[in-house]
Write a protein that binds this ligand. Structure first.
Ligand SMILES: *[C@@H]1O[C@H](CO)[C@@H](O)[C@H](O)[C@H]1NC(C)=O
Length: 569
């Protein structure tokens, strides 16, 4: 894997590179910078191997990449519509309090004397008040109507949503999944809940919107909060074998169902696991082993339990070249600045500034599948809410401006650094939701969609034609720079044809994602958002092997980048 020149001492290499940089002034050229970074990482890796260093592994086994020794057949096919649904940048929102009630969002679904603020409190209250049949009809109406066709049209046309995150509970899967749980006595309310989920997914799909099905409420609760389904204030998923077994069966049911559903972007198996949850990664490993037997292509989203760095290290073991038939794993991380006392002491400007530093625990963990496997994160929840204490520190600036500054910082950073982002939330009783509302924040331009989604179909076509006209020249330049850099700076034996092949795949994939909608005359162009996972998939399908496989990966990434450069997106 390492070019032969790297059996040198790290210090020496370091000096060499910087001498080179100073003489060539190439640090300003992003192409060379990427290559140098790559080389530095390799050199660092060699150094760490040699000197027993190499921190940041997180203590999870299986991060050592085992590269196939020999080349095989390529099975790369052009990206399909389903690939685009799963691997594009997800610009979206949580859909709201539809299948899991939260009183602060959907007070209208709580009877007057409800004993709490959770789904269970709402459903028990109605069953007591009007009987199980009436309650069932009430809930069915809510599932069917709370998000109207007009809402979905707005999400497509104005929100420019690619994807929504749809929170559901284990009870949503129907009475068999309520046995032995707190929902046992009210389970008949949920007879027709799962078909209602399927209907909503279909209504989204008809509009080109994908759905991330989010098992938000698991038996016992992955965290002690009411949005897990009950007011127990406990996270008893982690302490109960039977809860975990039931949770696993829920995941497998949805995965099985999703095989015949169009428009499923992924399956999130858990929401907001509590920090340090005991046995969490063991359960994830177990579920992933089981779900791969049902459908190993479905992206599986897990919660980082408020520790993105650890989750990223763990995910390498699954998103690995040698993992074979296993599901792509996406990390869901949540970013809020309105809850902790520490954040409340900050001004809105400080917080807007801070946004750009988030997700930095991915640094060194994504960007090179060959070195360590893929690490892919999405921001599954965020908002434009700050504490009143923070707004008060705005120094006289208008709140609208401060909100916009904060939201813009979030949108732009997430679009650069994450595979997607889902605002919390869209639908609630108090539309349009203030700083908790995707609709209001979009209308006030605090939350902004990626530029590529705002282009007309005609504009997308023109940009594709322009990119095609530049393709050959751009390829020559990039391949030339790569070849020249390695051959002159680190003379040795290479297999640069792999770089060229990777570049071709990357350029064409980026073009296919971008042009997918316009084939149906629909506005907007998608970009590859799940870059690390898509790259992993292409490496696995490429049939590439041997120690110069890294050239294919570099070429692939630069081909994608060059397409976007040519298309101006
Ligand atoms: C269900 O109802 C029975 C009989 O009223 C009661 O004893 C039991 O505690 C209830 N179970 C749950 C989970 O609420």
């Amino acid at each position: 894997m390492l070019p032969p020149t790297i059996s040198l001492d790290f210090t020496y290499i370091f000096i060499l590179i910087f001498a080179f940089l100073l003489t060539q002034h190439i640090w300003r050229d992003p192409e060379c910078r990427a290559t140098i970074k790559k080389f530095l990482n390799k050199a660092k890796g060699a150094f760490d191997d040699h000197h027993g260093g190499g921190g940041g592994g997180g203590g999870f086994p299986g991060q050592q990449q085992r590269i196939p020794m020999q080349d095989g057949q390529s099975t790369i096919q052009p990206p399909t519509p389903a690939d685009v649904t799963r691997y594009r940048y997800h610009h979206g929102a949580n859909v709201g309090s539809v299948f899991i009630m939260e009183k602060w969002l959907t007070g209208s679904m709580f009877p007057e004397h409800a004993q709490g603020s959770s789904e269970l409190a709402a459903v028990e209250g109605w069953v007591k008040q009007e009987g199980i049949d009436q309650a069932r009809q009430r809930f069915e109406r809510h599932w069917r109507e709370y998000v109207s066709d007009g809402d979905l049209d707005w999400l497509r046309d104005h929100g420019k949503c690619t994807t929504i995150r749809l929170p559901i509970g284990y009870f949503t899967l129907g009475p068999p999944y309520c046995d032995g749980t707190a929902f046992k006595n009210v389970s008949n309310v949920y007879q027709n809940a799962w078909p209602a989920v399927k209907q909503l997914v279909q209504r989204c799909h008809q509009r080109g919107i994908g759905v991330l099905i989010d098992l938000h409420g698991l038996p016992g609760g992955a965290n002690p909060q009411d949005h897990s389904g009950t007011d127990s204030n406990k996270a008893e998923l982690w302490t109960s074998r039977s809860n975990k077994d039931l949770a696993t069966r829920c995941v497998l049911f949805v995965a099985q169902q999703a095989r015949s559903m169009d428009g499923v972007a992924g399956l999130q198996i858990i929401n907001e696991a509590e920090y340090g949850a005991k046995g969490m990664y063991d359960w994830y490993d177990h579920v992933l082993g089981e779900v791969s037997k049902v459908d190993s292509t479905l992206p599986i989203y897990i919660s980082d339990a408020w520790d993105l760095s650890k989750a990223a290290s763990w995910s390498h073991g699954h998103n690995s070249l040698r993992a074979g038939q296993s599901n792509p794993v996406v990390i869901d991380t949540h970013l809020y600045w309105c809850f902790s006392d520490e954040d409340k002491r900050k001004s809105p400007q400080q917080i807007a500034q801070e946004v750009g530093g988030k997700l930095s625990s991915l640094d060194g963990k994504d960007g090179s599948v060959i070195d360590h496997g893929a690490a892919q994160a999405v921001v599954g929840e965020y908002s434009c809410v700050l504490g009143e204490e923070s707004w008060a520190k705005g120094g006289g600036a208008s709140k609208d401006d401060l909100v916009r500054q904060f939201g813009n910082a979030e949108s732009s950073h997430f679009q650069q650094r994450a595979g997607g982002s889902f605002f919390w939330t869209y639908r609630m009783d108090w539309m349009e939701g203030g700083e908790w509302g995707f609709k209001q924040m979009t209308n006030s331009h605090a939350i902004v969609p990626p530029q590529s989604l705002t282009l007309s179909a005609g504009d997308v076509q023109q940009r594709i034609q322009h990119a095609q006209s530049q393709q050959q020249q751009r390829k020559q330049e990039t391949v030339g720079a790569h070849t020249h850099y390695w051959d002159t700076s680190h003379p040795g034996q290479y297999e640069h044809w792999r770089f060229e092949q990777g570049w071709d795949v990357g350029f064409h994939d980026a073009m296919a994602f971008f042009g997918m909608r316009t084939q149906g005359g629909v506005d907007g162009g998608d970009k590859i958002g799940m870059m690390d996972l898509w790259c992993l998939k292409r490496l696995q399908e490429s049939g590439q092997g041997g120690k110069f496989m890294w050239e294919f990966e570099q070429g692939f990434r630069q081909g994608v980048r060059d397409f976007y450069g040519c298309a101006g997106v």
